[in-house]
Design a protein around this ligand. Structure first.
Ligand code: DX5
Ligand code: ZN
Length: 222
């Protein structure tokens, strides 16, 4: 099954004072996805932004809004993020007591459904849910901060998840988030990743079109 390679730049490393301009620049540079890191100060130490900010910027951008909720009991907020214009809502397995119910609620809201796994969470946490998921996010750092180093065992985890995905739901994307760079892109894609999130290794290296192409070339997609 052909799943095109995607780069989802994480706005966590963008200029928050110029979010509208950053979104426009990504679109002009040929990006299709953008990654919103929502942190609640409880599941992770930091607080970033919420549904009102995403909603305010929705009208300014045609990018696919990939929303990563690093939030305790995200079921409380999925309707808000759906209304704000998220295209995909990704919740953490570790933050969600009734994960199947939360995923079903996101699908019911007409949004794509993702589940994120912290580095120490085994792939088995999504085994039975895979048929109903659009994406699984493999965290390759502990969530909460940009600019951390990639945890090497995430590669084995991607490989294990890809084997499971190929058998149970080939259309489900595997996203990798944390410490992704052009240098490790080829290895991650070979292991089974379809979509890489990049914060610091993307936004610190303008112009965005050239940086996107560097990732695409590393992925063998250009
Ligand atoms: C970490 C976030 C990531 C982060 C990635 O908690 O989920 O999306 O922004 O940043 P880099 O690419 O700098 O590791
Ligand atoms: Zn993220």
């Amino acid at each position: 099954m052909a799943r095109p390679f995607l780069l989802s730049p994480s706005l966590l490393s963008s200029d928050y004072g110029r979010l509208a301009e950053e979104l426009a620049a990504l679109e002009a540079a040929g990006l299709k996805w953008v990654h919103w890191d929502v942190m609640d100060g409880a599941f992770v130490p930091n607080i970033t932004l919420g549904a009102p900010i995403i909603g305010a910027l929705r009208g300014r951008s045609k990018l696919f809004f990939d929303v990563h909720l690093m939030v305790e009991e995200p079921a409380r907020y999925v309707a808000d993020f759906a209304r704000a214009g998220a295209d995909l809502i990704c919740v953490h397995a570790e933050a969600t007591r009734h994960l199947e119910r939360t995923c079903a609620a996101v699908a019911e809201l007409g949004k794509q459904v993702g589940v994120a796994l912290n580095p120490a969470t085994p792939v088995d946490a999504v085994r039975y849910l895979l048929p109903q998921l659009d994406m699984v996010l493999v965290m390759s750092v502990n969530p909460g901060f940009g600019g951390q180093s990639f945890i090497p065992f995430a590669v084995d985890k991607i490989r294990e998840l890809a084997a499971l995905r190929d058998g149970l739901n080939p259309r489900c994307l595997i996203q990798v988030d944390g410490g992704c760079t052009p240098e490790n892109t080829a290895e991650l894609v070979a292991a089974g990743a379809d979509c890489l999130v990049s914060g610091s290794a993307f936004f610190k290296f303008p112009p965005y079109r050239e940086r996107h192409e560097t990732f695409l070339r590393a992925a063998g997609a250009l």
